[in-house]
Write a protein of this length. Structure first.
Length: 159
């Protein structure tokens, strides 16, 4: 057996034993009712979600824990951004309404949406919300806070 073939076998065995961390899930969720968790996170009727409400709620709890801060949860809406001319934006936080919009217009986005991208977008927008509700200075809410790097930098561009 050649040395090259032995290396291929060794690499293959390591790959099989370590598993794969890529989320190729294309399962989508929807709700036709308003859902509210114990922290006040509210999901409006939405479709084309790659995460379920329990995952959204857990991501909010994890973000508050990471930041060491609490706040009544925001409203989350999965909706088309094309109506508002927001284009290829992944997500948007509207502080006056305490609402997070997640873009479902997949054709406008650079990467394909998945459970990973939906959660990364939510975590990032949760930081905006938690900082806003804790009266952080406006500069801190606009990405200068170290919490963005630590707890929710946004969509990672790996695949």
């Amino acid at each position: 057996m050649s040395q090259k073939f032995k290396k291929i076998i060794a690499i293959s065995i390591c790959a099989l034993l370590s598993g794969c961390d890529v989320d190729n899930s294309d399962k989508r969720y929807s709700t036709d009712q308003v859902l509210i968790d114990e922290h006040g996170v509210t999901l409006t009727p939405s479709k084309a979600m790659y995460v379920d409400f329990d995952s959204i709620s857990k991501a909010y709890i994890d973000t508050m824990t990471c930041m060491g801060m609490t706040a009544i949860g925001p409203t989350v809406e999965f909706r088309s951004f094309s109506f508002a001319g927001l284009g290829a934006t992944w997500a948007f936080y509207a502080p006056v309404e305490s609402t997070i919009w997640i873009n479902i217009d997949e054709d406008d986005l650079v990467l394909s949406r998945s459970a990973r991208t939906d959660l990364e977008a939510l975590e990032h927008e949760f930081i905006h919300h938690i900082l806003h509700k804790n009266d952080a200075a406006e500069e801190a809410r606009e990405h200068s806070s170290p919490f963005f790097g630590k707890c929710g930098p946004g969509i990672n561009t790996y695949n």
